[in-house]
Design a protein around this ligand. Structure first.
Ligand SMILES: *Cc1c(COP(=O)(O)O)cnc(C)c1O
Length: 421
């Protein structure tokens, strides 16, 4: 469910025609919908009403401060994977007590910053990381609340590049080593083992593989408690998929929540969830302008002013996005297969091949739908192309939450070496 719809033939985000944003802010531009973000957050939080839970929004899906502060206002926590995301989450108004820190490669500086901030939980992914965290915590006179991220050896399906729960993946500690690792953690002065964490991948369409992983977590929590380790939290990660096209039929957030309630029955823990895509994915679109329509060798190339540097998912994950014209085409418009490409000098700068599209001409504006998650965050200034602007809509108004940098802004980030006059 989202709030991007045609009204009188013009594609709107809530009450704002996207054409207005394209005209006033330019393209390429990401546009997020407050009502959609709120709706997704509420669907999940209402499903857990009455139990102890923390929804720690995965900042890496869409870290714009406009988006994160919107979720902070609803009471969301944050799952961060770097010191930069920690700083942004705190700045956006997420209290440290609602922040969990994930990731396999946390540096000393990142661990120190998170300890000093007093975050809710470190999701530790290896023994050396725990030793490092222990040392830093002791030197600061603190005790770090941790969960081990366990690798449940479950294949959840989905694209190979976003699966994380198999033995061949770098994530987490081995399932069979968990008992021993927790025992060692409990003996460390700077470590307080409080939870068990799992995250098996992203864009998972079916909740059943998750159920298998989560049941393993419940079993582990029970075993650890018997071992005398007081586990109080179960962090079930993120990963629920969203529809990118009408053909996609992911299990609903309600079904996901129901499955979790079933798995968690009879065990008193704080539940932590780390949804990213499910919150932000369908809450954002990317606007682009058609620069040229080029016919060659029997093909039609629609060349946009946005490229793989702005929206990397097609180049990175073979992903496709629904594409809507900002001006609704006639219902009987004939569709013709075209290649939708960007201006970047790379062959992979291609959004889709032979996509059936209604007639398109220079300066038509289009929207890549479902671009809110892993969209703007993955963008770069490759080819010295300014980062896309970002806008958030709320009802009839909108706010530019990341202006497009000027060439001067881009150049100001760099210097000539001191020896060149
Ligand atoms: C990426 C990530 C998430 C969010 O995944 P989604 O598929 O966007 O819900 C949650 N937890 C961890 C540890 C992650 O790396």
């Amino acid at each position: 469910m989202h709030h991007f719809n045609y009204v009188d033939g013009r594609l709107h985000c809530e009450g704002v025609p996207l054409e207005d944003i394209a005209r006033e802010v330019g393209t390429p531009t990401y546009v997020y919908s407050t009502a959609t973000l709120e709706r997704h957050y509420k669907v999940l939080s209402e499903a857990f009403d009455g139990s102890k839970y923390l929804i720690a929004y995965s900042v890496k899906a869409c870290g714009n401060i406009g988006v994160v502060s919107t979720l902070a206002k609803l009471g969301a926590g944050a799952d961060v994977v770097s010191g930069g995301e920690l700083a942004k989450a705190l700045h956006a108004g997420i209290p440290a007590e609602k922040i969990v820190f994930s990731g396999v490669g946390k540096t000393r500086a990142e661990l120190t910053a998170a300890l000093e901030a007093g975050i809710h939980q470190f999701n530790v992914e290896s023994f050396p990381e725990m030793e490092r965290l222990n040392e830093i915590a002791m030197s600061l006179g603190k005790k770090a609340p941790i969960a081990f991220r366990v690798n449940p050896h479950v294949d959840a399906g989905g694209h190979a590049n976003i699966s994380t729960g198999g033995a061949e993946h770098k994530f987490g500690i081995a399932w069979h080593e968990a008992g021993e690792m927790y025992a060692q953690a409990a003996a460390m002065e700077g470590i307080n083992p409080v939870g068990v964490d799992v995250h098996i991948g992203s864009q998972i369409m079916d909740v059943e593989p998750m159920r298998i992983a989560f049941e393993k977590v419940v079993t582990l929590v029970r075993e650890l408690r018997e071992q005398g380790i007081n586990i109080q939290r179960m962090d079930l990660g993120g990963g629920l998929g969203i529809p990118y096209s009408p053909k996609d039929n992911p299990d609903s957030p309600a079904k996901y929540a129901q499955m979790i309630r079933e798995v968690k029955q009879g065990i008193d823990v704080q539940l932590i969830l780390e949804p990213g895509r499910m919150i932000a994915g369908n809450a954002g679109v990317m606007l682009a302008n058609v620069e040229y329509v080029k016919e060659r060798d029997g093909r039609t190339f629609v060349i946009l002013d946005s490229g793989m540097n702005d929206l990397a998912r097609p180049a990175l994950y073979d992903a496709t996005h629904e594409i809507n014209l900002l001006n609704e085409p006639a219902a009987d418009a004939s569709l013709k297969p075209v290649d939708i490409v960007g201006p970047v000098c790379e062959t992979t700068d291609r959004f889709e091949e032979a996509r059936p599209m209604p007639p398109l001409k220079q300066d038509d504006k289009i929207a890549f739908m479902s671009a809110g998650a892993y969209g703007a965050v993955l963008s770069s200034q490759y080819n010295a192309r300014p980062l896309a602007a970002e806008v958030i809509v709320n009802g009839d108004s909108y706010s530019v939450v990341r202006p497009r940098p000027s060439y001067e802004d881009i150049i100001a980030l760099e210097n000539q070496p001191s020896w060149i006059e």
